[in-house]
Design a protein around this ligand. Structure first.
Ligand code: CTP
Length: 494
């Protein structure tokens, strides 16, 4: 059941100020001078009426949009104009606003591609080929009607009612450009609108057409959903209208709560969405939000039942981390440090909880700080968000334990500074001390030193580490060169 949660106050008086702005005055002036009808259209008009900020302004002219853009840019001294001949559009920057012009067109799409065949048309032709009535609103910049809303499809009423409706029959609109099905969910989530029920049914019927859309365009819309205040709304819509399974089947597999011998487990689909919403209340970071989405992604693949322990998901954190690149590759999300951040968080998401269970040692805290490095804050946000117990008492206890751990982390970090740990002894040092070429021994000695520091056996100090290096080398059968006991040579970078 869709729920309307929008809370915008529509204000069409905002349209009145449009003609006071230099950009709109210049367009109106050129429209009159050239006898070419011109209109502001699309997202800018929608957002103006809703009072949302918008830095992209699109204009449609009944004529050659590219030539028209040149004259407006010249008048505003806003050249250069970037022309995209394939799309028949032209763009220039006016201050920090991106301005785009296009000639009004009648479009018809071929069935197996998003690329429309275009012929010139009127403003109404152009409006009816757009995705939603609320995105088809236009403002006239023409003599006699300048500043008036041009709304042949009832977009203003739909804005007021909070409904996403297509100007043409939804099967035509979605089939023309299947990305619009993702856009419907995205706008519904961003604006708190509902998708008109016939439109919703049409998405279900046409969901399979999403296959002709590139992964980049899909993930762009998906990321916009993820960046809303409450992305769970969008994910549930995506599932209900059959889109989610088209590009993210692993997420759907989280669904379901099985029961055996009277023992159940939680539905990881809803749990994950709750974790995601919880993270969103604390952070705007897209990749931390992705980590929330993927933290339990391997639970279905690792699920086991045994009568002694009930349901277990052993190793889901490691398997989940290994699934991240596969999912990112398929969705054509970046395979760089952002993906690695998501992977690290998925892999580590159970670590902090194990430190809240027993009397935690400094050594365990140091290891967590060392392994998480600069991701520690993000990891703690994820872990706190992961507490979705319905039992308020339990929830409070877990949160209190995390508070204690966070406190401890800060204390240990201040004392030992291990979070950006740089080993006090480099591989070069080991080679110099023992007169050896690169070999496995160097790595072994470095690990012993790192462990000793993290376990608090020695301090993060070059003199103590140097001594341990010599002792360890001897133990492993290597005698240091003469004169290496003291004084300790200055550190050599690797
Ligand atoms: N549009 C469309 N079908 C699409 C994409 C866009 O009909 N698949 C139309 C809509 O009229 C939309 C306009 O092109 O308002 C501009 O598209 P875009 O800039 O992508 O969207 P906005 O509505 O401006 O929204 P946002 O800036 O939030 O993406």
């Amino acid at each position: 059941m869709q729920q309307r949660t929008h809370s915008f106050t529509l204000d069409t008086s905002r349209l009145d100020g449009v003609l006071d702005q230099p950009l709109f005055r210049a367009v109106a002036w050129e429209a009159k001078a050239q006898g070419v009808p011109a209109f502001a259209i699309g997202g800018y008009v929608r957002d103006l009426i809703l009072g949302r900020p918008c830095k992209d302004i699109d204009f449609v002219v009944e004529g050659d949009g590219m030539a028209f853009a040149q004259t407006v840019a010249k008048r505003l001294k806003a050249e250069p104009v970037h022309v995209f001949k394939n799309f028949g559009t032209a763009m220039f920057m006016f201050g920090d606003v991106q301005v785009e012009f296009v000639g009004a067109r009648k479009e018809s799409y071929t069935r197996d591609s998003r690329k429309p065949e275009v012929e010139p048309g009127t403003i109404k032709d152009d409006q009816e080929r757009r995705d939603f009535t609320i995105n088809a609103l236009a403002i006239s910049l023409n003599e006699g009607s300048a500043g008036a809303l041009v709304d042949p499809f009832g977009g203003l009423l739909d804005l007021d009612r909070g409904i996403l409706r297509t100007p043409l029959g939804p099967d035509i609109t979605y089939s023309d450009d299947p990305l619009r099905m993702m856009r419907a969910v995205r706008f519904a989530t961003q604006l708190g609108f509902i998708i008109d029920p016939p439109s919703f049914e049409a998405i279900k019927r046409n969901a399979e057409r999403l296959n002709i859309i590139s992964a980049e365009r899909i993930h762009t819309e998906l990321n916009k959903i993820i960046l809303t205040k409450k992305p769970s709304v969008g994910f549930i819509l995506l599932r209900d209208c059959g889109l989610l399974e088209r590009f993210f089947p692993e997420f759907l597999e989280l669904q379901g709560a099985e029961e055996k011998d009277g023992i159940g487990h939680k539905d990881n689909f809803y749990h994950t969405l709750q974790v995601l919403d919880n993270v969103c209340a604390k952070s705007d970071d897209l990749w931390l939000r992705w980590a929330a989405i993927l933290h339990d992604i391997a639970k279905p693949k690792t699920k086991r039942f045994d009568p002694a322990h009930g349901w277990t998901f052993h190793g889901h954190e490691d398997k989940g981390a290994r699934m991240v690149p596969q999912i990112f590759r398929r969705l054509k999300l970046p395979l760089d440090e952002q993906m690695r951040f998501v992977q690290d968080l998925v892999a580590m998401h159970l670590r902090p909880i194990s430190l809240t269970k027993e009397e935690v040692t400094d050594s365990a805290v140091r290891r967590l700080l060392f392994d998480a490095g600069n991701n520690i804050e993000a990891l703690m946000i994820l872990c706190r968000a992961d507490i979705t117990s319905k039992n308020e008492k339990k929830k409070e206890r877990y949160l209190r334990n995390y508070e204690l751990l966070i406190h401890k982390l800060a204390e240990v970090e201040q004392k030992d500074q291990v979070r950006n740990f740089q080993p006090p002894i480099t591989g070069q040092d080991v080679m110099t001390a023992f007169g050896i070429e690169p070999c496995k021994l160097i790595g072994d000695i470095k690990i012993v030193i790192k462990d000793a520091i993290l376990d608090g056996v020695i301090q993060n100090d070059r003199a103590q580490a140097w001594q341990l290096m010599l002792d360890t080398g001897r133990k492993l059968g290597k005698e240091p060169l003469a004169g290496m006991e003291a004084p300790i040579p200055a550190s050599v970078a690797e």
